[in-house]
Write a new protein. Structure first.
Length: 250
C-alpha cells in the first residue's frame, strides 16, 4: 500500500505514523507512506498556502496552486493516483471502504484541508473523492486521513501479528465484536465468564458469537439489518430475546 499525505502540518502525521501498527507496517515494507508539506510548493518568498476568501467571510482558504504543484510532482513518478479529500461533506467511511483501500493498487493521495477549507477548484479539477469519518467538523483533515490509513493498513495481510484478528473486528461482517477479558480472573468483584476458561473451544466459539450478536442488538441494532443471519445466528438471537424480553429485533 502506497500513500502520500499532503498537509500544512506534517509533524501531526508523523507523530501517528511513527507508532504502533502503522510503524510496523512501514518497517515490514507493507506500507510506503510519504508526508509532503504543502508550503514547500507555495510561492517564494513567504510560502503562503492560504488567502482570504472571495466574497468575504471569516477565516482563510487554502490556495489551489500549491496543491496542484504537489500533485504534479507526484504524477512525475506515476499517473496512477487515487486522490482522497477528507471532508464532512463526503460519503461516510466504512469498514468496507477500509478493506478496499487496503487492496488498492493505485497510489493513494490524501489532501488534508485546514482553516475554512480548500479552494473548490482542487476538488473539481482533480476529481478528488470526498470521504467523511463522521458528521462533525475537525480542525483539519490530518486526523481523518490517519483514521482511514490506520483502518486500511491493519487489514493488509502480514501487518497484524495474528492474521485472524482483523477478521474478528467489529464491523468485519456488520456485527460488533464480542467482549474480551484477560488476567486476573477477578477485578473488583467482577469475574470472567466461566465458559472462557472451560477449555471447550466449540462452547467458547458459540458464546463469542452470541455475545457479538447481543452487543450489536444492544448498541447498534441498525447493523443487524445489514447482516444476513444464518441458522445459528437466528437461534442465538432468539435465545438473547428470551433472556432479555424487553429487547426487540427489527
Amino acid at each position: 500500500m502506497q500513500c502520500d499525505v499532503l498537509t500544512l502540518f506534517p509533524e501531526s502525521i508523523r507523530a501517528v505514523t511513527s507508532q504502533s501498527i502503522v510503524k510496523r507496517a512501514q518497517e515490514k515494507g507493507l506500507l510506503h507512506l510519504t508526508v509532503h508539506n504543502i508550503r514547500d510548493y507555495a510561492d517564494r518568498p513567504h510560502f503562503n498556502a492560504d488567502d482570504t476568501p472571495y466574497g468575504g467571510g471569516e477565516g482563510m482558504v487554502m490556495k489551489a496552486e500549491p496543491i496542484f504543484r504537489a500533485i504534479d510532482a507526484l504524477r512525475n513518478d506515476t499517473h496512477d493516483l487515487r486522490i482522497i479529500l477528507p471532508s464532512p461533506q463526503g460519503i461516510p467511511f466504512t469498514q468496507g471502504q477500509a478493506h478496499a483501500l487496503s487492496c488498492e493498487s493505485r497510489r493513494l493521495v490524501f489532501i488534508c484541508g485546514h482553516y475554512e477549507g480548500i479552494d473548490e477548484r482542487v476538488r473539481s479539477t482533480l476529481l478528488a473523492e470526498e470521504i467523511s469519518v463522521g458528521d462533525y467538523v475537525l480542525t483539519g483533515g490530518e486526523l481523518p486521513a490517519m483514521i482511514m490509513i490506520d483502518a486500511a493498513v491493519r487489514l493488509i495481510p502480514g501487518v497484524l501479528g495474528d492474521p485472524l484478528s482483523a477478521q474478528h473486528d467489529s464491523f468485519a461482517e456488520s456485527l460488533l465484536d464480542y467482549p474480551h477479558y484477560t488476567r486476573p480472573s477477578e477485578v473488583r468483584g467482577s469475574t470472567v465468564p466461566d465458559i472462557l476458561s472451560s477449555g471447550n473451544h466449540e462452547a467458547i466459539r458459540r458464546w463469542r458469537r452470541k455475545e457479538a450478536l447481543r452487543n450489536t442488538l444492544v448498541k447498534r441494532p441498525d447493523l443487524l439489518n445489514r447482516h444476513t443471519l444464518n441458522e445459528e445466528d437466528q437461534l442465538l438471537l432468539d435465545e438473547i430475546l428470551q433472556e432479555q424480553p424487553h429487547m426487540t429485533s427489527s
